[in-house]
Design a protein around this ligand. Structure first.
Ligand SMILES: Cc1cc2nc3c(=O)[nH]c(=O)nc-3n(C[C@H](O)[C@H](O)[C@H](O)COP(=O)(O)OP(=O)(O)OC[C@H]3O[C@@H](n4cnc5c(N)ncnc54)[C@H](O)[C@@H]3O)c2cc1C
Length: 429
């Protein structure tokens, strides 16, 4: 069969890999001039490694991604350092990357709160019954089982940070379960950065016979009367027997006018947050302690949610000795951060950097980059499993696989690979 895959992110590339292995003629259409999608990176002339546009790493439990990497013969390029992650409390940052350190976290005191925090964490790690948990919001479930103090200190900042004032009280408890269940403290990356992996994956796809057409945005997908599809792309109209769309639900809805009303409405009902990341190259290390990931509660008054010093995870030598710092937030696409220039955003963030290192000066900055996406974090509401659009759409031969469907898992490249491969299994028949 002639199969068109729209999008060269990990869902599209993983699907293409399996579809090609099954003997189909596969073409990937990608609007950008690079592969890797949200997990792509950029590189300066003096750098050996790329830096991700949005901070990325893998967890040791990412079996779909690590399995694919093994299949591609690239496992020797995966490294798993164990960087320090810390959380803000009362003007200071405390390590929070193991159960022991979480138990020692000062905000919890020494009484019942610590026990409740520990027991609830243990329960969520051990249970597999996320179906029961998705009936409740994080807000109501955590308040009830960990109590008000623990919730306010440990869990509420996480949901407010990720989902903002608008959604944080609506996010379901299966989302929190998935985070605690699937995440590890060891964090993995690829030698050369995520872009190096995406490029090597694309080379393997091409060697296997997959055609990858970059700078080819698809604008329309139309059913043909006798079966199959006509795709409108930058290079004109092309035909395909089957199509897999791996874009954001809203973009997919616009692209396929023939989708039945129920399915279309299902796509449009899905909620998501955008992401904004400002990346700085610095002359000096910012964190004196060598911390990698700083989680910051919105209530602490910082103008961002996370500060991530990438070069406290992988060596600054990979970046010509420069120190790379990401500053990020999850926001609704209407937020002013989506309108500001990178210089304006930098002005908002600069005064806070002294709180990470009092010696910090503007003159430390070599260069600044800004990346934004309106589709960065799906929002799973109560009983979300009943609202997920099927991979196989009601239009015969048309398939849809996105971050919004990997639930109960939180979005991630591991789950993009999983859903891409699931789609490939359903296709080509
Ligand atoms: C801030 C942030 C941090 C993250 N951190 C991590 C992390 O630490 N670890 C991790 O594993 N994951 C992380 N993720 C999630 C991860 O990036 C995604 O889950 C994954 O990349 C999604 O892959 P995908 O193929 O589903 O979609 P995408 O990567 O979005 O791929 C879709 C592709 O379609 C292309 N496209 C769009 N419109 C068109 C069109 N009209 N025609 C043709 N092509 C088009 C896009 O350019 C893109 O390449 C993070 C995401 C964000 C936003």
């Amino acid at each position: 069969m002639k199969i068109a895959v729209i999008g060269a992110g990990y869902a599209g590339m993983a699907a293409a890999w399996d579809l090609r292995k099954a003997g189909h003629a596969v073409t990937i259409y990608e609007s950008a001039d690079y592969v890797g999608g949200l997990a792509s990176g950029f590189k300066e002339p003096g750098w050996k490694w790329s830096v991700e546009k949005f901070y990325h790493h893998w967890f040791a439990s990412d079996k779909h991604m690590l399995g694919l990497i093994k299949e591609l013969g690239l496992s020797d390029k995966v490294i798993f350092p164990r960087p320090y992650t810390v959380m803000y409390h009362d003007g200071k940052f405390y390590p929070l990357d193991s159960v022991m350190k979480a138990i020692l976290f000062p905000g919890l005191g020494w009484g019942i709160n610590k026990i409740r925090f520990g027991l609830v964490g243990l329960y969520l790690r051990l249970t597999n019954n996320w179906q029961e948990l998705e009936k409740y919001t994080v807000d109501e479930w955590m308040r009830k089982w960990t109590g008000e103090t623990v919730y306010k200190l440990m869990w509420e900042p996480l949901v407010i940070g990720k989902f903002g004032e608008k959604y944080y009280k609506q996010v379901n408890m299966a989302w929190m379960w998935a985070r605690l269940h699937a995440r590890t403290t060891r964090l993995g990356t690829f030698e050369g950065g995520f872009q190096a992996f995406a490029d090597q994956f694309a080379e393997k796809l091409k060697a296997a016979g997959v055609e990858i057409k970059l700078t080819q945005p698809v604008t329309n997908i139309q059913e043909r009367p006798g079966g199959g599809f006509e795709l409108t792309s930058a290079s004109g109209i092309v035909k395909a027997d089957q199509v897999l769309v791996t874009l954001a639900p809203g973009a997919a809805a616009n692209m396929v006018p023939g989708l039945p009303k129920d399915y279309l409405e299902g796509l449009l009902r899905l909620k998501s947050m955008g992401a904004v990341v400002l990346t700085l190259s610095l002359k000096h290390q910012l964190s004196r302690e060598g911390y990698y990931w700083y989680s910051i509660p919105k209530s602490a008054g910082f103008p961002f949610l996370a500060l991530v010093e990438h070069t406290n995870y992988v060596s600054p030598e990979n970046f010509g000795g420069e120190h790379i710092v990401y500053i990020g937030d999850y926001l609704e696409p209407e937020h002013e951060y989506f309108q500001l220039s990178k210089e304006e955003l930098l002005e908002k963030f600069l005064p806070s950097l002294k709180k990470f290192n009092p010696d910090f000066e503007r003159s430390w900055i070599n260069k600044v980059w800004m990346y934004r996406t309106a589709y960065g974090q799906p929002v799973p509401l109560v009983n979300h499993s009943q609202n997920i659009p099927a991979i196989e759409t009601p239009v015969k031969g048309l398939y849809f696989a996105s971050m919004s469907q990997v639930y109960p898992w939180d979005r991630g490249t591991n789950f993009a690979v999983e859903i891409g491969r699931k789609a490939a299994e359903l296709m080509g028949k």
